[in-house]
Design a protein around this ligand. Structure first.
Ligand code: NDP
Ligand code: 8X3
Length: 229
């Protein structure tokens, strides 16, 4: 029987590439993000291969998170795989110049949003005693770089939450893992620099960044290596 994966942040970058790879391999999808036009376009493309359902919400809004997860129609209500991917960096400033709004955005989306989505999905996984959760961390969750302060803190938090989830959910047979990429060329830097595309492009000059498809390959490998056992 086919599996269903819920992917947050599927409108762009790593999440979108993962949705496309999962669809190529027959995994049904619940694709999430705030940009409904992109979700619709992706659904249209992928539903030639698999069943696709859209959830359009902001992971910061805990009532919305609960509501949309509860609203999943019968064919999509059993989530086998949760990919906690939605997130971004906002700004790149030394700590004394950082913006409170940027800090709120990173902690609210990357950390609290991941928790809200997980909390909404978990009851069905603990009840069934099965499921697989992949948290998208970062090398920024392992090391800190200049001006990375709060983004790195948010990803260190993801690392700790991932480890905590793994320990706590082991008794239910729920598998928990993280993928911690280095720099990947997506819309990440365009968001970080608030639409300054020239500055964003400069981030990837002088070295070969990863592509979102590279990370999707790793996520798919992790998920299929364990789900099939
Ligand atoms: P993108 O900017 O291309 O994609 C980010 C995704 O997150 C979008 O689909 C966006 O959807 C979604 N998102 C952002 N904010 C919210 C929100 N408030 N509510 C719901 N969805 C949201 O970046 P990446 O693909 O690179 O990033 C994906 C993940 O990978 C992030 O967690 C990032 O930290 C991590 N990562 C990225 C690396 C990189 O170098 N690119 C390296 C290591 C980790 P929408 O705007 O439609 O809501
Ligand atoms: C994104 C990787 O190094 O660009 O998490 O911050 S980095």
């Amino acid at each position: 029987m086919s599996k269903t994966a819920l992917i947050t942040g599927a409108t762009s970058g790593i999440g979108k590439a993962t949705a496309e790879l999962f669809a190529n391999n027959g995994i049904d999808l619940v694709i999430c993000g705030r940009r409904e036009d992109r979700l619709r376009k992706l659904k249209e493309a992928l539903e030639k291969q698999v069943k696709v359902h859209i959830l359009c919400f902001d992971v910061r809004d805990k009532e919305a998170v609960e509501r949309v997860i509860q609203s999943l129609p019968a064919g999509f209500s059993k989530i086998d795989i949760l990919i906690n991917n939605a997130g971004n960096a906002h700004g790149l400033d030394p700590i004394e110049e950082g913006s409170l709004d940027d800090w709120d955005a990173m902690m609210d989306i990357n950390v609290k949003g991941l928790l809200y989505v997980t909390k909404a999905i978990l009851p069905q996984m603990t009840e069934r005693k099965e499921g697989h959760i992949i948290n998208i961390g970062s090398t920024a969750g392992k090391e800190v770089y200049p001006k990375g302060n709060v983004y790195c803190a948010s990803k260190h938090a993801v690392d700790a939450i991932n480890q905590g989830m793994r320990i706590d959910l082991n008794q239910y047979g729920i598998r928990v893992g993280a993928v911690n990429p280095g720099p990947v060329e997506t819309e990440f830097s365009n968001v970080r620099f608030k639409g300054d595309d020239e500055r964003a492009d400069n981030v990837y000059k002088g070295f070969q960044p990863l592509r979102p498809e590279d990370i999707a390959d790793i996520i798919y490998f992790v998920v299929t290596e364990t789900v099939s056992r």
